[in-house]
Design a protein around this ligand. Sequence first.
Ligand code: DC
Length: 233
Amino acid sequence: MVMQGTGEKDRINIAIDGPAGAGKSTVARKVANRLHYIYVDTGAMYRAVTWFMLNEGISSENSEKVLQMAQNMVIELKPHENGQMVWLNGEDVTPYIRSHQVSSEVSRYAQIEGLRTQLVHLQRQMAERKGVVMDGRDIGTTVLPDAEVKIFMTASVKERALRRFNELNGAEEITLEQLEIDIAKRDRLDQEREVSPLKCAEDAIVLDTTDMGIDQVVEVIVSHCISHMDGEK
Ligand code: DC
């Protein structure tokens, strides 16, 4: 397993898609660290826009206004030891974007076609020079259809709710049952929307992580990437 000396020209892009709470972001970040790649959390971009709109009192039904406001928005993703920081218009919004309110509204804003076009454009720019691990819902199908490695991560609704519950660690007053209901609802909205729905790319590797630990999942993905890179030489 030789990573040293991997030149810029050998770099690949890795797309990680899957439903809410499948562990994509933790895994994607670790894979990026292992390969010395850049991690791009696209969900955080949709969340930052949602937080902004909710703060400004702009409903997801008013798509015209949403698009108008989004046009002048500056979103930056900055690496941080605990994950990724999201800055919006020069302000660090990382602490706000995972609130229950943002989580329950984000799918509605993510359905707005023009907003997706703007964010997809930004995401493609971030991956232009390769060496990116990008996680989301439509990365392998729409954002980076030419990504060299595509992973579709899933886990049962029960397991995903449990992971979110443990992640929140009492920070919000919400029961495990309510989280299960919310996740199932979000799955439905993400899968049924007309523009870029959550869908497994035909050439993606499907990983059901219900009974897998994070490090085990990371290992499978990294091994696959390395085999791919070795195969290309
Ligand atoms: O991965 P996440 O839970 O942080 O994503 C938040 C929401 O953003 C999710 O409900 C769907 C939406 N999303 C999307 O539509 N497309 C992406 N590429 C990433 C996220």
